[in-house]
Ligand binder design. Structure first.
Ligand SMILES: CC(C)(COP(=O)(O)OP(=O)(O)OC[C@H]1O[C@@H](n2cnc3c(N)ncnc32)[C@H](O)[C@@H]1OP(=O)(O)O)[C@@H](O)C(=O)NCCC(=O)NCCS
Length: 193
């Protein structure tokens, strides 16, 4: 089994195949099928799978819902994890403000959590943030433990840059009450371990 994507640049991520074993995911598959977990930038055909995945977690109250139209309009901001034809993970990087971006809609198929798929997608977006020369990324989550494992830290919402607050917090605050605002500086991506 091999994993594609999560390279240091979008160009390399789109085209290269990294031969990194993911045995635990392979073990869940039909051995005849030789499954390949691929992490790559999303394309238009991924939109329905992304929408389904986000909807499953939104129905459980864990993510904000996104309509198919919203996903389609932002599909170039998404990374997807695919096993064959199936979208088993997604996450989006929305650039907003000067050299800043928001990570949102991070979701892994509930039957495939705990195998590193979420981390690989976040790392992909951090690579992309570096390629875009961003300074910081932010996110809003009810699951700080996962993002702490990905190198993010919790901050006070008052410490968010003013230019970011309008787009970032105003909409989401109405939905989540037990939320955490988290950030990661991009310059430390390859030095944090
Ligand atoms: C959160 C989510 C994306 C994690 O995906 P995943 O593929 O299971 O995560 P990974 O296997 O890559 O885990 C990476 C690390 O985070 C840890 N982790 C993952 N989920 C965790 C959780 N809920 N609580 C604590 N730690 C968690 C893992 O143990 C692992 O730790 P390690 O560094 O010791 O190996 C997935 O559970 C999900 O889709 N949840 C619902 C939607 C959601 O909450 N999204 C985040 C808000 S946008």
């Amino acid at each position: 089994m091999s994993v594609a994507g999560a390279g240091r640049s979008k160009a390399s991520a789109r085209s290269s195949t990294v031969t990194q074993p993911v045995e635990v995911v392979a073990a869940q598959q039909d051995s005849q099928a030789e499954p390949v977990l691929e992490v790559r930038s999303a394309g238009p055909s991924d939109a329905p799978g992304v929408c389904d995945l986000v909807s499953r977690w939104a129905n459980a109250g864990r993510l904000l819902p996104r309509t198919l139209r919203e996903v389609e309009s932002l599909i170039e901001c998404f990374v997807v994890a695919r096993l064959g034809e199936e979208v088993v993970g997604c996450a989006a990087l929305i650039v907003c403000g000067e050299a800043m971006a928001e990570i949102r809609s991070v979701a892994v198929d509930p039957t495939r959590t705990g195998h590193g798929i979420g981390r690989r997608m976040v790392e992909f977006l951090l690579d992309e943030s570096m390629r875009l020369d961003l300074d910081r990324v932010f996110l809003l989550t009810r699951n700080p433990a996962f993002f702490e494992r990905c190198g993010f830290r919790t901050i006070d919402p008052d410490d968010l840059p003013d230019s970011f607050v309008h787009d970032f917090l105003n909409i989401q605050q109405r939905t989540f009450t037990d939320r955490y605002v988290m950030t990661r500086e991009i310059g430390d991506v390859y030095h944090a371990g």
